[in-house]
Design a binder for this molecule. Structure first.
Ligand SMILES: [Zn+2]
Ligand SMILES: [Zn+2]
Ligand SMILES: [Zn+2]
Ligand SMILES: [Zn+2]
Length: 490
Protein backbone atom coordinates (compact mmCIF):
# COMPACT_ATOMS: atom_id res chain seq x y z
CA UNK A 1 0.00 0.00 0.00
CA UNK A 2 1.22 3.50 -0.78
CA UNK A 3 2.39 5.85 1.91
CA UNK A 4 -0.69 8.11 1.83
CA UNK A 5 -3.21 5.53 3.11
CA UNK A 6 -2.65 2.59 5.44
CA UNK A 7 -4.40 -0.54 6.67
CA UNK A 8 -5.25 -0.38 10.36
CA UNK A 9 -6.70 -3.21 12.46
CA UNK A 10 -8.62 -2.78 15.69
CA UNK A 11 -11.30 -4.69 17.61
CA UNK A 12 -14.14 -2.31 16.85
CA UNK A 13 -13.80 -1.96 13.08
CA UNK A 14 -11.60 -4.89 12.11
CA UNK A 15 -9.32 -4.18 9.15
CA UNK A 16 -9.92 -0.77 7.61
CA UNK A 17 -8.19 2.02 5.69
CA UNK A 18 -7.01 5.29 7.19
CA UNK A 19 -5.72 8.47 5.49
CA UNK A 20 -2.28 9.51 6.64
CA UNK A 21 -2.46 12.87 4.94
CA UNK A 22 -5.23 15.28 3.99
CA UNK A 23 -7.00 14.78 0.67
CA UNK A 24 -8.92 17.37 -1.31
CA UNK A 25 -12.27 16.63 -2.92
CA UNK A 26 -11.73 14.61 -6.11
CA UNK A 27 -8.13 13.70 -5.29
CA UNK A 28 -7.02 10.13 -5.98
CA UNK A 29 -6.41 8.08 -2.82
CA UNK A 30 -5.58 4.73 -4.24
CA UNK A 31 -5.68 2.63 -7.39
CA UNK A 32 -5.17 -1.09 -7.89
CA UNK A 33 -5.79 -3.96 -10.30
CA UNK A 34 -8.01 -6.87 -9.23
CA UNK A 35 -6.58 -10.07 -7.81
CA UNK A 36 -9.05 -11.84 -10.01
CA UNK A 37 -12.18 -11.29 -12.09
CA UNK A 38 -14.79 -13.33 -13.87
CA UNK A 39 -18.43 -13.46 -14.95
CA UNK A 40 -20.99 -12.61 -12.26
CA UNK A 41 -22.94 -15.38 -10.51
CA UNK A 42 -26.22 -16.58 -12.02
CA UNK A 43 -25.45 -14.94 -15.32
CA UNK A 44 -26.92 -15.55 -18.73
CA UNK A 45 -24.24 -16.78 -21.15
CA UNK A 46 -21.47 -14.24 -21.72
CA UNK A 47 -18.15 -14.29 -23.55
CA UNK A 48 -15.39 -15.46 -21.19
CA UNK A 49 -12.90 -13.23 -22.99
CA UNK A 50 -14.69 -9.87 -22.85
CA UNK A 51 -17.90 -10.61 -20.85
CA UNK A 52 -20.29 -9.29 -23.50
CA UNK A 53 -23.44 -11.36 -24.20
CA UNK A 54 -23.14 -14.32 -26.61
CA UNK A 55 -25.64 -16.20 -28.77
CA UNK A 56 -23.82 -19.49 -29.30
CA UNK A 57 -22.78 -18.95 -32.92
CA UNK A 58 -19.05 -18.76 -32.06
CA UNK A 59 -17.47 -21.36 -29.77
CA UNK A 60 -13.87 -21.50 -28.55
CA UNK A 61 -12.29 -24.14 -30.81
CA UNK A 62 -10.28 -25.52 -27.89
CA UNK A 63 -12.76 -25.74 -24.99
CA UNK A 64 -16.20 -25.15 -26.49
CA UNK A 65 -17.24 -22.17 -24.34
CA UNK A 66 -19.33 -19.65 -26.32
CA UNK A 67 -17.43 -16.53 -27.42
CA UNK A 68 -18.65 -13.29 -28.92
CA UNK A 69 -16.04 -13.16 -31.70
CA UNK A 70 -13.30 -15.23 -33.36
CA UNK A 71 -10.68 -13.17 -31.48
CA UNK A 72 -12.00 -13.57 -27.96
CA UNK A 73 -10.77 -17.18 -27.38
CA UNK A 74 -7.25 -15.75 -27.41
CA UNK A 75 -7.83 -13.15 -24.69
CA UNK A 76 -5.89 -13.73 -21.50
CA UNK A 77 -9.03 -13.59 -19.34
CA UNK A 78 -10.18 -16.85 -20.87
CA UNK A 79 -6.87 -18.76 -20.47
CA UNK A 80 -7.47 -20.44 -17.05
CA UNK A 81 -10.62 -22.42 -17.92
CA UNK A 82 -9.55 -22.94 -21.52
CA UNK A 83 -6.35 -24.68 -20.39
CA UNK A 84 -8.11 -26.79 -17.72
CA UNK A 85 -10.74 -28.01 -20.21
CA UNK A 86 -8.06 -28.73 -22.85
CA UNK A 87 -5.92 -30.66 -20.41
CA UNK A 88 -8.82 -33.00 -19.67
CA UNK A 89 -9.85 -33.01 -23.29
CA UNK A 90 -13.32 -31.89 -22.24
CA UNK A 91 -15.56 -29.52 -24.17
CA UNK A 92 -18.32 -27.73 -22.37
CA UNK A 93 -21.77 -28.99 -23.38
CA UNK A 94 -23.60 -25.98 -24.74
CA UNK A 95 -26.46 -27.99 -26.27
CA UNK A 96 -28.74 -27.12 -23.33
CA UNK A 97 -27.71 -23.44 -23.05
CA UNK A 98 -30.58 -21.00 -23.42
CA UNK A 99 -28.97 -17.73 -24.38
CA UNK A 100 -31.56 -15.44 -22.79
CA UNK A 101 -31.64 -17.27 -19.47
CA UNK A 102 -29.40 -17.87 -16.45
CA UNK A 103 -26.92 -20.66 -17.20
CA UNK A 104 -25.63 -22.36 -14.00
CA UNK A 105 -22.50 -23.71 -15.76
CA UNK A 106 -21.01 -20.20 -15.57
CA UNK A 107 -20.87 -20.47 -11.77
CA UNK A 108 -17.90 -22.83 -12.07
CA UNK A 109 -15.70 -20.17 -13.71
CA UNK A 110 -14.84 -18.00 -10.69
CA UNK A 111 -13.87 -20.88 -8.33
CA UNK A 112 -11.97 -22.51 -11.21
CA UNK A 113 -10.02 -19.31 -11.78
CA UNK A 114 -9.20 -19.11 -8.05
CA UNK A 115 -7.89 -22.68 -8.10
CA UNK A 116 -5.77 -21.99 -11.19
CA UNK A 117 -4.40 -18.85 -9.50
CA UNK A 118 -3.53 -20.91 -6.43
CA UNK A 119 -1.46 -23.27 -8.56
CA UNK A 120 0.15 -20.62 -10.76
CA UNK A 121 0.63 -17.58 -8.56
CA UNK A 122 0.64 -18.60 -4.88
CA UNK A 123 1.55 -15.06 -3.71
CA UNK A 124 -1.47 -13.50 -5.41
CA UNK A 125 -3.69 -16.40 -4.31
CA UNK A 126 -2.57 -15.84 -0.73
CA UNK A 127 -3.90 -12.26 -0.97
CA UNK A 128 -7.25 -13.68 -2.05
CA UNK A 129 -7.44 -16.22 0.77
CA UNK A 130 -6.40 -13.55 3.27
CA UNK A 131 -9.74 -11.74 2.71
CA UNK A 132 -12.68 -12.21 5.07
CA UNK A 133 -15.08 -15.05 4.09
CA UNK A 134 -17.87 -14.97 6.76
CA UNK A 135 -18.48 -18.53 5.67
CA UNK A 136 -20.26 -19.58 8.90
CA UNK A 137 -22.74 -16.72 8.49
CA UNK A 138 -23.23 -17.44 4.79
CA UNK A 139 -24.08 -21.05 5.57
CA UNK A 140 -27.07 -19.85 7.61
CA UNK A 141 -28.60 -17.88 4.72
CA UNK A 142 -31.13 -19.30 2.33
CA UNK A 143 -29.04 -18.30 -0.70
CA UNK A 144 -26.38 -20.81 0.37
CA UNK A 145 -27.88 -23.79 -1.40
CA UNK A 146 -26.71 -27.06 -2.80
CA UNK A 147 -25.30 -25.50 -5.98
CA UNK A 148 -21.82 -25.34 -4.48
CA UNK A 149 -21.83 -29.11 -4.17
CA UNK A 150 -22.59 -29.40 -7.89
CA UNK A 151 -19.77 -27.02 -8.71
CA UNK A 152 -17.39 -28.96 -6.50
CA UNK A 153 -18.39 -32.23 -8.15
CA UNK A 154 -17.88 -30.84 -11.63
CA UNK A 155 -14.45 -29.38 -10.81
CA UNK A 156 -13.35 -32.56 -9.05
CA UNK A 157 -14.91 -35.28 -11.21
CA UNK A 158 -15.10 -33.84 -14.72
CA UNK A 159 -12.05 -31.58 -14.61
CA UNK A 160 -9.95 -33.54 -12.05
CA UNK A 161 -9.10 -30.40 -10.10
CA UNK A 162 -7.71 -30.87 -6.63
CA UNK A 163 -10.01 -29.19 -4.14
CA UNK A 164 -12.32 -29.89 -1.21
CA UNK A 165 -15.94 -28.92 -0.65
CA UNK A 166 -14.71 -26.82 2.29
CA UNK A 167 -12.38 -24.90 0.00
CA UNK A 168 -15.14 -24.21 -2.54
CA UNK A 169 -17.38 -22.89 0.26
CA UNK A 170 -14.55 -20.71 1.51
CA UNK A 171 -13.93 -19.36 -2.02
CA UNK A 172 -17.60 -18.44 -2.44
CA UNK A 173 -17.65 -16.85 1.03
CA UNK A 174 -14.69 -14.66 0.08
CA UNK A 175 -16.21 -13.81 -3.31
CA UNK A 176 -19.65 -12.88 -1.90
CA UNK A 177 -18.14 -10.81 0.92
CA UNK A 178 -15.57 -8.90 -1.12
CA UNK A 179 -16.87 -8.74 -4.67
CA UNK A 180 -17.33 -5.57 -6.68
CA UNK A 181 -19.59 -5.59 -9.73
CA UNK A 182 -18.06 -3.79 -12.68
CA UNK A 183 -20.01 -2.90 -15.83
CA UNK A 184 -18.83 -4.08 -19.22
CA UNK A 185 -18.40 -1.64 -22.11
CA UNK A 186 -21.92 -2.18 -23.42
CA UNK A 187 -23.29 -2.00 -19.87
CA UNK A 188 -25.38 -5.11 -20.55
CA UNK A 189 -23.55 -7.45 -18.16
CA UNK A 190 -21.36 -7.30 -15.09
CA UNK A 191 -18.02 -8.66 -14.09
CA UNK A 192 -17.16 -9.75 -10.55
CA UNK A 193 -13.79 -8.36 -9.44
CA UNK A 194 -11.94 -8.82 -6.15
CA UNK A 195 -9.34 -6.32 -4.96
CA UNK A 196 -6.74 -6.74 -2.22
CA UNK A 197 -6.82 -3.35 -0.50
CA UNK A 198 -10.09 -1.69 -1.47
CA UNK A 199 -11.88 -4.76 -0.07
CA UNK A 200 -10.70 -3.61 3.35
CA UNK A 201 -12.32 -0.18 3.04
CA UNK A 202 -15.14 0.31 5.59
CA UNK A 203 -18.69 1.12 4.69
CA UNK A 204 -20.75 4.23 5.40
CA UNK A 205 -24.05 5.42 3.91
CA UNK A 206 -22.45 8.92 3.88
CA UNK A 207 -19.03 7.86 2.60
CA UNK A 208 -16.08 10.22 2.26
CA UNK A 209 -14.65 8.37 -0.76
CA UNK A 210 -16.01 6.92 -3.98
CA UNK A 211 -14.80 4.33 -6.45
CA UNK A 212 -14.52 4.30 -10.22
CA UNK A 213 -13.59 1.36 -12.42
CA UNK A 214 -11.28 1.16 -15.42
CA UNK A 215 -12.25 -0.54 -18.67
CA UNK A 216 -11.48 -4.11 -19.69
CA UNK A 217 -8.33 -2.86 -21.52
CA UNK A 218 -7.23 -1.39 -18.25
CA UNK A 219 -7.83 -4.76 -16.51
CA UNK A 220 -10.84 -3.43 -14.53
CA UNK A 221 -8.64 -1.47 -12.12
CA UNK A 222 -10.37 0.33 -9.26
CA UNK A 223 -9.63 3.90 -8.19
CA UNK A 224 -10.64 5.46 -4.87
CA UNK A 225 -11.07 9.22 -4.77
CA UNK A 226 -12.03 11.67 -2.04
CA UNK A 227 -15.74 12.48 -2.27
CA UNK A 228 -15.22 15.34 0.15
CA UNK A 229 -12.15 16.65 1.94
CA UNK A 230 -10.63 13.82 3.99
CA UNK A 231 -8.61 14.84 7.02
CA UNK A 232 -5.43 13.20 8.18
CA UNK A 233 -6.13 10.08 10.34
CA UNK A 234 -9.74 9.89 9.11
CA UNK A 235 -11.25 6.49 8.38
CA UNK A 236 -11.75 6.08 4.61
CA UNK A 237 -15.27 4.88 3.77
CA UNK A 238 -17.15 3.91 0.64
CA UNK A 239 -20.72 2.67 0.29
CA UNK A 240 -21.32 -1.03 -0.37
CA UNK A 241 -24.97 -0.46 -1.19
CA UNK A 242 -27.03 2.03 -3.16
CA UNK A 243 -27.33 5.03 -0.82
CA UNK A 244 -30.39 6.45 -2.57
CA UNK A 245 -32.76 4.14 -0.63
CA UNK A 246 -34.54 4.29 2.75
CA UNK A 247 -32.43 2.90 5.60
CA UNK A 248 -34.80 -0.04 6.16
CA UNK A 249 -33.99 -1.31 2.64
CA UNK A 250 -30.27 -0.47 2.86
CA UNK A 251 -30.02 -2.32 6.19
CA UNK A 252 -31.78 -5.37 4.76
CA UNK A 253 -29.37 -5.45 1.81
CA UNK A 254 -26.31 -5.09 4.05
CA UNK A 255 -27.39 -7.74 6.49
CA UNK A 256 -28.23 -10.12 3.69
CA UNK A 257 -25.25 -9.38 1.44
CA UNK A 258 -22.46 -8.33 3.78
CA UNK A 259 -23.51 -9.59 7.25
CA UNK A 260 -23.32 -6.42 9.24
CA UNK A 261 -25.56 -3.75 10.72
CA UNK A 262 -24.60 -0.26 9.64
CA UNK A 263 -24.18 2.27 12.45
CA UNK A 264 -23.24 5.24 10.25
CA UNK A 265 -24.59 8.78 10.95
CA UNK A 266 -27.49 8.22 8.54
CA UNK A 267 -28.48 4.81 9.89
CA UNK A 268 -28.39 6.03 13.49
CA UNK A 269 -30.56 9.07 12.75
CA UNK A 270 -34.32 8.30 12.40
CA UNK A 271 -34.81 11.50 10.35
CA UNK A 272 -32.01 10.61 7.90
CA UNK A 273 -30.01 13.72 8.77
CA UNK A 274 -33.17 15.79 8.91
CA UNK A 275 -34.25 15.00 5.34
CA UNK A 276 -37.02 12.47 6.26
CA UNK A 277 -35.72 10.13 3.59
CA UNK A 278 -37.01 7.13 5.58
CA UNK A 279 -40.27 8.65 6.76
CA UNK A 280 -43.94 8.03 6.11
CA UNK A 281 -47.01 10.19 6.65
CA UNK A 282 -49.47 9.59 9.47
CA UNK A 283 -52.59 7.73 8.39
CA UNK A 284 -54.81 9.43 10.98
CA UNK A 285 -55.04 12.74 9.10
CA UNK A 286 -53.05 14.62 11.71
CA UNK A 287 -50.56 15.66 9.04
CA UNK A 288 -47.67 14.34 11.10
CA UNK A 289 -44.52 12.59 9.94
CA UNK A 290 -43.90 8.98 10.93
CA UNK A 291 -40.23 8.16 11.55
CA UNK A 292 -38.34 5.35 13.22
CA UNK A 293 -38.23 5.73 17.03
CA UNK A 294 -34.72 6.46 18.20
CA UNK A 295 -34.39 3.71 20.79
CA UNK A 296 -37.01 1.23 19.62
CA UNK A 297 -37.35 -0.55 16.35
CA UNK A 298 -40.87 0.60 15.50
CA UNK A 299 -42.10 3.81 13.86
CA UNK A 300 -44.08 6.62 15.47
CA UNK A 301 -45.98 9.76 14.42
CA UNK A 302 -44.28 12.86 15.84
CA UNK A 303 -47.65 14.64 16.19
CA UNK A 304 -50.28 12.20 17.46
CA UNK A 305 -47.98 9.42 18.65
CA UNK A 306 -49.65 6.75 16.49
CA UNK A 307 -47.27 3.84 16.03
CA UNK A 308 -46.45 1.49 13.15
CA UNK A 309 -44.52 -1.75 13.50
CA UNK A 310 -41.21 -2.21 11.76
CA UNK A 311 -42.70 -5.19 9.87
CA UNK A 312 -45.55 -3.15 8.38
CA UNK A 313 -43.19 -0.36 7.32
CA UNK A 314 -40.79 -2.89 5.80
CA UNK A 315 -43.71 -4.38 3.85
CA UNK A 316 -44.79 -0.97 2.51
CA UNK A 317 -41.22 -0.07 1.56
CA UNK A 318 -40.50 -3.40 -0.12
CA UNK A 319 -43.70 -3.18 -2.16
CA UNK A 320 -43.01 0.41 -3.22
CA UNK A 321 -39.36 -0.45 -3.92
CA UNK A 322 -40.38 -3.29 -6.27
CA UNK A 323 -42.75 -0.93 -8.04
CA UNK A 324 -40.03 1.71 -8.50
CA UNK A 325 -37.63 -0.89 -9.89
CA UNK A 326 -40.19 -2.03 -12.46
CA UNK A 327 -41.16 1.54 -13.34
CA UNK A 328 -37.62 2.74 -13.90
CA UNK A 329 -36.85 -0.22 -16.16
CA UNK A 330 -40.06 0.15 -18.14
CA UNK A 331 -39.98 0.91 -21.86
CA UNK A 332 -43.66 1.77 -21.90
CA UNK A 333 -44.61 4.83 -23.93
CA UNK A 334 -46.71 5.98 -20.97
CA UNK A 335 -43.89 5.64 -18.42
CA UNK A 336 -44.03 9.36 -17.50
CA UNK A 337 -47.73 9.02 -16.64
CA UNK A 338 -47.04 5.79 -14.74
CA UNK A 339 -44.38 7.55 -12.63
CA UNK A 340 -46.73 10.46 -11.91
CA UNK A 341 -49.41 7.93 -10.93
CA UNK A 342 -46.98 6.25 -8.53
CA UNK A 343 -46.26 9.62 -6.89
CA UNK A 344 -49.92 10.43 -6.47
CA UNK A 345 -50.75 6.93 -5.17
CA UNK A 346 -48.08 7.09 -2.47
CA UNK A 347 -48.62 10.79 -1.71
CA UNK A 348 -50.69 10.10 1.41
CA UNK A 349 -48.53 7.21 2.63
CA UNK A 350 -44.90 8.24 2.10
CA UNK A 351 -43.20 11.50 3.08
CA UNK A 352 -42.53 13.58 -0.08
CA UNK A 353 -38.77 13.26 0.66
CA UNK A 354 -38.93 9.50 1.22
CA UNK A 355 -36.14 8.17 -0.98
CA UNK A 356 -38.54 5.89 -2.84
CA UNK A 357 -40.55 8.95 -3.89
CA UNK A 358 -37.30 10.69 -4.80
CA UNK A 359 -36.14 7.71 -6.83
CA UNK A 360 -39.22 8.03 -9.03
CA UNK A 361 -38.79 11.81 -9.21
CA UNK A 362 -35.20 11.19 -10.31
CA UNK A 363 -36.48 8.85 -13.02
CA UNK A 364 -38.93 11.53 -14.14
CA UNK A 365 -36.34 14.31 -14.53
CA UNK A 366 -34.23 12.11 -16.77
CA UNK A 367 -37.29 11.22 -18.88
CA UNK A 368 -38.91 14.65 -19.20
CA UNK A 369 -36.70 16.31 -21.83
CA UNK A 370 -35.24 13.10 -23.26
CA UNK A 371 -37.60 10.28 -24.17
CA UNK A 372 -39.80 10.21 -27.30
CA UNK A 373 -42.76 12.53 -26.92
CA UNK A 374 -40.97 14.45 -24.16
CA UNK A 375 -37.95 15.94 -25.95
CA UNK A 376 -36.88 19.33 -24.63
CA UNK A 377 -38.22 21.27 -27.64
CA UNK A 378 -41.74 19.84 -27.38
CA UNK A 379 -42.26 20.48 -23.66
CA UNK A 380 -44.85 23.00 -22.49
CA UNK A 381 -43.87 25.68 -19.97
CA UNK A 382 -45.79 23.75 -17.29
CA UNK A 383 -43.82 20.59 -18.02
CA UNK A 384 -40.53 22.51 -17.88
CA UNK A 385 -41.49 24.08 -14.57
CA UNK A 386 -42.49 20.64 -13.26
CA UNK A 387 -39.05 19.33 -14.25
CA UNK A 388 -37.32 22.26 -12.54
CA UNK A 389 -39.36 21.76 -9.38
CA UNK A 390 -38.58 18.02 -9.26
CA UNK A 391 -34.86 18.74 -9.66
CA UNK A 392 -34.98 21.22 -6.77
CA UNK A 393 -36.87 18.72 -4.56
CA UNK A 394 -34.23 16.04 -5.18
CA UNK A 395 -31.26 18.37 -4.71
CA UNK A 396 -32.45 19.61 -1.32
CA UNK A 397 -32.16 16.03 -0.04
CA UNK A 398 -29.08 14.95 -2.01
CA UNK A 399 -27.11 17.99 -0.83
CA UNK A 400 -27.45 16.55 2.69
CA UNK A 401 -27.22 12.78 2.21
CA UNK A 402 -24.86 12.72 -0.78
CA UNK A 403 -22.45 15.63 -0.28
CA UNK A 404 -19.23 16.15 -2.24
CA UNK A 405 -18.65 14.52 -5.62
CA UNK A 406 -21.80 12.65 -6.63
CA UNK A 407 -22.78 11.42 -10.06
CA UNK A 408 -26.43 11.55 -9.08
CA UNK A 409 -26.22 15.19 -8.06
CA UNK A 410 -24.30 15.84 -11.28
CA UNK A 411 -27.18 14.47 -13.34
CA UNK A 412 -29.81 16.44 -11.38
CA UNK A 413 -27.80 19.66 -11.71
CA UNK A 414 -27.47 19.13 -15.45
CA UNK A 415 -31.20 18.53 -15.85
CA UNK A 416 -31.90 21.53 -13.61
CA UNK A 417 -29.73 23.81 -15.75
CA UNK A 418 -31.68 22.74 -18.86
CA UNK A 419 -35.00 23.46 -17.18
CA UNK A 420 -33.74 26.79 -15.82
CA UNK A 421 -32.67 28.02 -19.29
CA UNK A 422 -35.83 26.86 -21.05
CA UNK A 423 -38.15 28.25 -18.40
CA UNK A 424 -36.34 31.62 -18.36
CA UNK A 425 -36.46 31.87 -22.16
CA UNK A 426 -40.17 31.07 -22.37
CA UNK A 427 -41.19 33.19 -19.40
CA UNK A 428 -39.20 36.15 -20.67
CA UNK A 429 -40.72 35.78 -24.15
CA UNK A 430 -44.23 35.65 -22.57
CA UNK A 431 -43.47 38.78 -20.51
CA UNK A 432 -43.92 36.75 -17.34
CA UNK A 433 -40.53 37.81 -15.99
CA UNK A 434 -38.45 40.94 -16.59
CA UNK A 435 -34.97 41.04 -18.08
CA UNK A 436 -33.23 41.19 -14.69
CA UNK A 437 -34.98 38.04 -13.49
CA UNK A 438 -34.14 36.37 -16.79
CA UNK A 439 -30.48 37.30 -16.28
CA UNK A 440 -30.55 35.84 -12.76
CA UNK A 441 -32.12 32.62 -14.02
CA UNK A 442 -29.48 32.28 -16.73
CA UNK A 443 -26.68 32.88 -14.24
CA UNK A 444 -28.22 30.30 -11.91
CA UNK A 445 -28.28 27.80 -14.78
CA UNK A 446 -24.61 28.52 -15.54
CA UNK A 447 -23.75 27.70 -11.91
CA UNK A 448 -25.77 24.47 -12.08
CA UNK A 449 -23.94 23.50 -15.28
CA UNK A 450 -20.52 24.24 -13.75
CA UNK A 451 -21.26 22.14 -10.67
CA UNK A 452 -22.68 19.36 -12.79
CA UNK A 453 -19.45 19.17 -14.82
CA UNK A 454 -17.43 19.04 -11.61
CA UNK A 455 -19.58 16.16 -10.29
CA UNK A 456 -19.50 14.11 -13.50
CA UNK A 457 -15.83 14.41 -14.50
CA UNK A 458 -14.88 10.94 -13.24
CA UNK A 459 -17.62 8.98 -15.02
CA UNK A 460 -16.91 6.37 -17.68
CA UNK A 461 -17.39 7.97 -21.12
CA UNK A 462 -19.84 5.26 -22.26
CA UNK A 463 -22.09 5.47 -19.18
CA UNK A 464 -25.29 7.57 -19.04
CA UNK A 465 -23.54 10.02 -16.69
CA UNK A 466 -20.39 10.04 -18.85
CA UNK A 467 -22.43 10.86 -21.95
CA UNK A 468 -24.05 13.79 -20.11
CA UNK A 469 -20.57 15.00 -19.10
CA UNK A 470 -19.28 14.80 -22.68
CA UNK A 471 -22.27 16.81 -23.86
CA UNK A 472 -22.18 19.31 -20.99
CA UNK A 473 -18.52 20.32 -21.03
CA UNK A 474 -18.42 22.02 -24.47
CA UNK A 475 -21.59 24.03 -23.69
CA UNK A 476 -20.11 25.87 -20.71
CA UNK A 477 -18.15 28.54 -22.61
CA UNK A 478 -20.95 29.26 -25.15
CA UNK A 479 -23.49 29.63 -22.30
CA UNK A 480 -21.20 32.06 -20.50
CA UNK A 481 -20.73 33.98 -23.77
CA UNK A 482 -24.48 34.00 -24.45
CA UNK A 483 -25.18 35.52 -21.01
CA UNK A 484 -22.50 38.14 -21.65
CA UNK A 485 -23.96 39.01 -25.07
CA UNK A 486 -27.60 39.16 -23.93
CA UNK A 487 -27.28 40.69 -20.48
CA UNK A 488 -23.70 41.95 -20.29
CA UNK A 489 -24.63 45.61 -19.85
CA UNK A 490 -27.22 45.07 -17.13
ZN1 LIG B 1 -15.84 -11.48 -26.44
ZN1 LIG C 1 -11.31 -21.78 -24.75
ZN1 LIG D 1 -25.55 3.43 7.22
ZN1 LIG E 1 -50.32 11.32 13.53
Amino acid sequence: MEANIEVVTNDKEGRHLVAIEEFEQGQCLWSEKPILCGPRYSTYPVCLGCYEPVDGTVLCPKCGWPMCSEDCPFLENHTPECKVFQRKNVKVDTSTFKYQEVEPMYDIILPLRVLVLKAQDPTLAKQFFHLESHVTKWKQTKSWNGSHAKIWNYLKDTLSMETSQEEISNIFGILYTNDFLVDTVSGTSNVVAVYRDVSMCSHSCVPNAFKTFGSIQDGFSITLRAKQTIKKAENITISYVETFLPSAIRQEKMEYGKHFTCMCPRCSDPTDLGTFGNSLLCGSNCGGTVSKSKDKNDYKCEKCGRGMTKEIVQKIFNKAFKETEALLKSNSSTVVDLCEMFLSRYKTLLHPNNLLMLKVKYGLITMIGRIPGYQMNCLTLDQIIRKRRLCEDILRVLDVIDPGISSRRGVVLYELHMAQIMAAQLQYANDEIDILSAKEEFEESLRSLQQSIEMLQFEKPESFEGIIYQGAKPTLAPLRQHIQNEFGDL
